[in-house]
Design a protein around this ligand. Structure first.
Ligand code: URA
Ligand code: CA
Length: 431
């Protein structure tokens, strides 16, 4: 095989074979194919796209390019959830103990990542003593005993994706559904999932801003998953405003505890029930949506889900007393109100800008080296559709500095208020 022939074939819109795709992925990962040829290949895919079968081959080749986590020593169907990311998305912290309490093994590998707030790992580290660096053996043992464990990414997972993603970033080829879908799915497969539930976000605060693009990405990932033999389903959920009320690491842990107590924000609770139901169905633990939902609601009501969150914290060295006493979480020195500049209904919240306001307070990272302040963030007092009087708070900033004019201005400028009554957006766009 010669890479130039493979580039030409894709350039002319032909369908590549498994061998040709593997040749490209292997060659680029080991350095025998140079950046300029890989760039030409990616641009050809950008314009000519790929069939589901080709995307399946690309996904598998990337998943197999480095270490793969073997979860076969864990009994039962290992269901992973993946969200394409948004602002204040606290779902993993809630879903993991929620579905584990229903008997689904949760072997979660999470990331830190860049963004408005930390990743799941950073949030968990807001709990004093919690550590995520445990060996693979301990990880598997903990899941077998407790049904739940969360670790950071260890080993050399999907090096092909890391290298290709960096190249796409500088060759204007990020925005390609076959490339995004195979990138995301390769990481889920390498992490050992038998079944995958995808939460594809849509709206102003999401990676995919339009419903049409989100639907295409969801369809592509579901098709790839099923092509490579993993039961895969997707939900498209709203990110036109932040999910829940809290944005910030310790603040989101508190919100997760409240949600596990059955006292969480309605949208966050509902999304967890929808995603959790899909996870129970994929694991064969529920006969129907109605049955799944009833099981999830029952482990919230009887305290089992919250108890398991406490067990997880204890097993990984954290102070489980935060469950009963969330005031033990780190908290910021100042709480500063963001007053509404006029009376009316909140008609729109630019989630991305709320995220930026949280980042300015220190809740997130702009570069990999940045240190997060786990105690800071934003708690929204109003969401789309709510009425607010001039001078009443739109949000409360939790900050360790007194000078927060930039965050206040961002929120006042991007939480839009209208005289007419506004409708709350629907949370779930498509199942
Ligand atoms: N997230 C990923 O993991 N990969 C992409 O290509 C885009 C977003
Ligand atoms: Ca939240």
């Amino acid at each position: 095989l010669r890479i130039v022939d493979i580039i030409e074939k894709k350039r002319d819109g032909e369908v590549l074979t498994k061998e040709e795709i593997e040749f490209f992925v292997t060659g680029y990962t080991n350095g025998s194919i140079p950046d300029y040829q890989a760039s030409a290949f990616l641009m050809a895919v950008f314009f000519q796209k790929m069939t589901t079968e080709e995307q399946g081959h690309l996904t598998m080749a990337m998943a197999e390019s480095g270490d793969q986590i073997d979860l076969s020593a864990i009994e039962g169907v290992k269901v992973d959830k993946h969200s394409t990311g948004g602002v204040g998305d606290t779902t993993t912290l809630i879903l993991a103990p929620l579905v584990a309490a229903c008997g689904v093994p949760v072997a979660k590998m999470s990331g830190r990542g860049l963004g408005h707030t930390g990743g799941t790992l950073d949030k968990l580290e807001a709990i004093e003593g919690f550590h995520v660096e445990i060996s693979t053996e301990q990880f598997i043992q903990q899941v077998n005993e407790l049904k739940i464990a969360v670790i950071g990414q260890s080993g050399n997972l999907t090096p092909a994706d890391k290298k290709l993603y960096a190249l796409r970033d500088v060759t204007a080829t990020v925005d390609s559904i076959p490339l995004i879908a195979s990138s995301i799915m390769s990481k889920k497969l390498a992490a050992g999932a038998d079944a995958i539930v995808l939460d594809v976000k849509t709206g102003a605060g999401a990676f995919m801003k339009t419903l049409e693009d989100s639907r295409q990405l969801a369809d592509a990932m579901v098709a790839i998953g099923n092509e490579v033999g993993r039961n895969t389903s997707a939900v498209i959920s709203d990110m036109s405003q932040p999910l829940g009320l809290a944005i910030g690491n310790a603040l989101e842990v508190k919100e997760a505890i409240e949600t596990l107590q059955g006292k969480g924000p309605a949208d966050l609770t509902e999304l967890c029930l929808v995603l959790g139901s899909k996870m129970l169905l994929a694991a064969g633990k529920a006969a129907s949506d109605v049955d799944a939902r009833a099981q999830l609601q029952s482990v919230i009501k009887n305290g089992e889900a919250l108890r398991l969150f406490g067990e997880l914290i204890k097993a990984q060295g954290g102070n489980a007393e935060v469950i009963a006493n969330p005031d033990l979480l780190p908290h910021a020195q100042y709480q500063i109100e963001v007053p509404a500049k006029q009376s009316g209904y909140v008609s729109e919240i630019d989630a991305d800008e709320v995220g930026v306001a949280a980042m300015l307070l220190g809740a997130g990272r702009a570069t990999k080296e940045d240190v997060i302040d786990l105690s800071v963030g934003i708690v929204l007092c109003r969401k789309i559709g709510d009425y607010v009087k001039e001078g009443e708070p739109l949000a409360i900033l939790h900050s360790n500095k007194q000078q927060v004019d930039d965050s206040i201005k961002l929120l006042q400028d991007h939480i839009y208020i209208s005289a007419e009554k506004a409708e709350a957006p629907s949370l779930i766009h498509s199942l």
